[in-house]
Design a protein around this ligand. Sequence first.
Ligand code: BGC
Length: 745
Amino acid sequence: MSTKHAFLLFLAAILSITSCTNGMKTTKVETTIKTKFQGKEISLDNEKKIDSLIALMTLEEKVGMLHGQSMFANGGVERLGIPKLHMTDGPLGIREEISQDSWAPAGWDNDFATYYPAAGSVAATWNPELSYIFGNSVGQEARARNKDMLLSPAINIIRTPLGGRTYEYFTEDPFLNKKLAVPFIVGIQDNDVMACVKHFAVNNQETNRDFVDVNTDERTLREIYLPAFKASVTEANAYSVMGAYNKFRGDFLCENDYMQNKILRDEWGFRGIVVSDWSAVHSTVKTLENGLDIEMGTRKPFNEYFLADKLIAAAKAGEISKEEIDKHVRRILKVLFQVKAIDSTDRTKGSLATEEHYKDAYDIAAESIILLKNDSNLLPLRLDGVHSIAVIGNNATKKNALGGFGAGVKTKREVTPLDGLKNKLPENIKINYAEGYLERYTQNDNNQKEELTLNTPRTVTELDPDKLNEALEAAKKSDMAIIFAGSNRDYETEASDRKDLSLPFGQEELIQKVLEVNPNTLVVMIAGAPFDINMIKEKSSTLIWSWFNGSEGGNALADVILGNVNPSGKLPWTMPKKIEDSPAHATHSFPGNESVTYEEGILVGYRWFDTKKVEPLYPFGFGLSYTDFEFSDISTSKDSYTEDEEIQINFTIKNIGDRDGKEVAQLYVSHPGSAVEKAAKELKGFKKVFVKSGESQNIAINIPVKELAYYQEASKNWVVEKGTYILKIGNSSRNILQEVSIKIN
Ligand code: BGC
């Protein structure tokens, strides 16, 4: 009999005695899924088992559980059957295996996985069902790779279009953010895997991220930066949260009493564990007392971590109590039981890189692609009379599963845009491929002052004359051209923000010249964040936006281009005309230095553009379809409501075009008579619906009146003001098609 089995039998014996002495049997808490996307609460059933385990542990064993003992796991206690907690990134699927004590790949040959579309794509679908599918699918892969925790989703608000991790995050809007985060987490956790919601919180820039001290007023914190984290805890019951690198109001987030103890645990009732971002811990006693549970990181030997030898020393010196240490050990044990990592025979086994998972990745990609412009009805491509297509651009063949500083995926399948076209176009159409621009970087020049704060990858902007010629020749001799432009995951990357919105590698010149020789050209942007596409918008009749779109990205893109899929993606953030128009930049409050104050306050994203009447290049929520939709007959269930009621908004969407398609109805709310500052409009509901050509659908969107509340700093309360509110239905923040007023009494 193994030590582990012997221990489990011993534990079972203790428990049966405890149960008998109590005179009642522990019944399994029924964790009912109240609504579709309501997560299971962490069970309190295992308290006695946990007590018994803690009683048997030495100080060293306890401390071993509180810090990383390899790159992606803490320490377990083998003799007591407590396994290590195995973690993995992340945003694009299950990361390749990393060495025990360095970032070098472990060199396994079975650590491949499905490459899923990045979070920006999920957000562009505006489809919570797909967010659940993503979470559930990647959760299965996590189990198949024997992981306990997925370091995902990343839900920081996109405050600046330059953010290096924009593609990893969902959106600039707190409502859309929470509506996508919750199903994603529930999907992951339905597979006995902990979601680790990151990076808690106000972690909105890469520049100076290791130390920058972020300041926001309380209302902004509550209304913009916290709602998705709150919903992750109170609705999705996330089992873990990752503390961010930066500081907030003077204290590092991983030792921030206000954020980790007061808000997360006392206010929201969080029962799970807080894991630090990698090397984000700066103290021993303070970090533990202020709410962190596991220190993870890199660079130094594991015993030198703050929650390793230093913690043992602090405990022996009486600087921290046994009870405090036990509290954190207890939390970790609780989540290990919750995901059936201890004492269970029916844990989800999972599956890896299956056709079903590739299909999930395809479905997300297909709904994420955004049609930005189709002025001459070039799309969907009609192939009669087309004998040849020039396919131009490095992005036609660029792979993005790996790359950059952030976590990637080793995948067996990544269909590039060129592969997708080859797969889907009839064989008699000749593809003339030309790379057009080269992905080239220069060394960063450390003498430039801005380099010290903005470590943006520097690119060579001159085109290679031969490559340019080749592209122009291909465009001239072909019936039409498709340019795959944009960026990639080496250019948009964790650990640096971009220095500006310009397109790298000389693409602007290339696109302009190709458009001159063949106006019958479609431009496809592949990127995870806003870029300066003013010229393209002006000169090209046809423009599509796609993303780092996963294993099946190329197939999804070809299906949209050819009309096998009617595009239904909508921008999850505002595309500014110029960076100075974006709120963090208009207020000169990015990136700061030692500290940064978010001067725009609650006016983040479209809230700023709409309130200040600044014209964006493309508004939040924008995206065209191959069909047209008509909105009509807006009404509400009543004219006036009280605070505890739910407003029901009814309206009709008619598909007046000749193709079936999906539309995202977006509900914005304005409160012109408010006594406090309010954004011109705020998203408070949305619904993605499929409507057949010629048919109509009656839609109902419900919003709890409480969703209209603002955060009142003086009373520390959410307050619903009385008065008249205008409910606006449209298909972008700038295209309101129907409105109706209601009263709150
Ligand atoms: C990132 C996290 C990530 C961790 C482990 C950090 O640099 O900020 O998002 O989960 O590394 O790879």
